[in-house]
Design a protein around this ligand. Structure first.
Ligand code: ADP
Length: 161
């Protein structure tokens, strides 16, 4: 059974992330979407809220699990007996950081393979920060996130005012 981990902040999950999850699910027997705790990023949503949104929006895609990562990605991958780490590559601008992470992770665990996947071009400019910024100024984010996530962002934004 080939297992892949798709780690990220997912603050919140967007249609771009979902595109990658669906592609990964076609290749691997199990994909674990793992929410990084990463407090440096000062996320808008708690880990529990981010996990809940992911679970809701991928519930129709088979072979997906949702979890969180507290420590090092390689330790988590070893614990889960994973073969690969999935990362999305949108543009050349992603490449340098992703290459560095992949090389560091390989240094820490030679057997763990990083697999890069490109989303559909419709999502190549999309990230969670853009979605939050547009929402903050009252813009329409309906085409960037599923309805469930849209509702949660609205709730969060209303609570902040
Ligand atoms: P991180 O903080 O780990 O970069 P993100 O939630 O921002 O967490 O992203 C997780 C992964 O998903 C990264 O590999 C990122 O490149 C990828 N990703 C983010 N947005 C998109 C998108 N629109 N299309 C494809 N991949 C994406």
């Amino acid at each position: 059974m080939k297992i892949a981990i798709y780690p990220g902040t997912f603050d919140p999950i967007t249609n771009g992330h979902i595109d990658i999850i669906r592609r990964a699910a076609l290749i691997f027997d199990k994909v674990i979407v793992a929410v990084a705790t990463n407090p440096q990023k000062k996320p808008l949503f708690s880990v529990a809220e981010r996990m809940d949104m992911i679970k809701q929006v991928i519930k129709d895609t088979p072979h997906i699990e949702v979890d969180k990562i507290d420590g090092l990605l390689v330790d988590y991958a070893i614990e889960k007996k994973a073969h690969a780490v999935i990362r999305g590559l949108r543009a050349v601008s992603d490449f340098e950081y992703e290459l560095q992470m992949a090389q560091v992770n390989r240094k820490l665990c030679e057997e763990l393979i990083t697999v890069f996947m490109m989303p559909h071009e419709n999502y190549s400019y999309l990230n969670s920060s853009v979605v939050k910024e547009i929402a903050m100024f009252g813009g329409n984010i309906r085409c960037f996130v599923p309805d469930y996530v849209l509702a949660k962002i609205k709730e969060k934004m209303n609570g902040k005012h």
